[in-house]
Write a protein that binds this ligand. Structure first.
Ligand code: 13P
Length: 251
């Protein structure tokens, strides 16, 4: 059985003061949970939240990283800067990065390899848009994002990679994939990993679902055999919603 991984992507929400108070509440309320837990605040709050969750069972994630280690890269944040704040997981290839900031698979792959070589775990996000889904090319799109995102990543390194399947049409929209539809894509991803690597590696791979996960739908999503956790946006912003979501990952 794969341990569930329940993660919150706060996106561009919360000031340092708000983030710190909220992280403290989560540390207090999620102490005894069996699931792996991560929160990814905005960059400006990472240092303060990192100090708050230090020594707890909550890991600190970053929402992105630079594809370079240092240098003249205005506006970018490097992995060593993130690690200094306590970050040990980086979310890469989020659909908002791909579609709004035009990140290519090639750029995502460079970041994935750099994050792994710098000792961070990676959550690699993949998922089709609504029009791609309507055209029936979900598997083709997901296959390309997985294959190109993981180009050059060894089986050993893959142990520190989580894939998040986030259908773009389900993000922030209140529409979510049915648990069965999501599970079918997760099965597809696991088969693909078995083909690229081997069945043992594929079996161990944690595949999260993301896209309008809420307290009301999380249990049925987590009940699917191939859904190993959730990457949560909007509902990760309040303890009222995020605590029951994390609890749905109990083993
Ligand atoms: P929502 O949960 O707000 O749909 O966002 C999902 C997401 O993008 C997590 O990375």
């Amino acid at each position: 059985m794969r341990r569930k991984f329940m993660a919150g992507n706060w996106k561009m929400h919360k000031t340092i003061a708000e983030a710190t108070a909220y992280a403290r509440e989560l540390v207090d309320r999620l102490g005894g949970e069996s699931a792996r837990i991560m929160i990814a605040p905005p960059f400006t709050a990472l240092a303060a939240v990192g100090a708050t969750v230090k020594g707890s069972n909550i890991q600190l994630g970053a929402q992105n990283c630079a594809p370079e280690l240092s240098g003249a890269h205005t506006g970018e944040v490097s992995l060593s800067m993130l690690k200094e704040c306590g970050v040990n997981v980086v979310i890469l290839g989020h659909s908002e990065r791909r579609h709004v900031y035009l990140e290519t698979d090639e750029l995502v792959n460079r970041k994935v390899k750099l994050a792994l070589s710098e000792g961070c775990d990676v959550i690699l996000c993949v998922g089709e848009t609504e029009s791609e889904r309507d055209k029936g090319v979900t598997e083709k799109v997901v296959k390309q994002q997985v294959k190109e995102g993981l180009q050059g990543v060894s089986a050993e390194e893959l142990k520190r990679v989580v894939i998040a399947y986030e259908p773009v049409w389900a993000i922030g929209t209140g529409k979510n994939a049915t648990p069965q539809d999501a599970n079918a894509v997760h099965v597809f991803i696991r088969r693909l990993i078995a083909e690229i690597y081997d069945p043992g590696v594929a079996e161990r791979l944690v595949i999260q679902y993301g896209g309008s996960v809420k307290p009301g739908n999380v249990k049925e999503l987590m009940a699917e055999e191939n859904i190993d956790g959730a990457l949560v946006g909007g509902a990760s912003l309040s303890a009222e919603q995020f605590v029951p979501i994390v609890q749905a990952g109990r083993s």
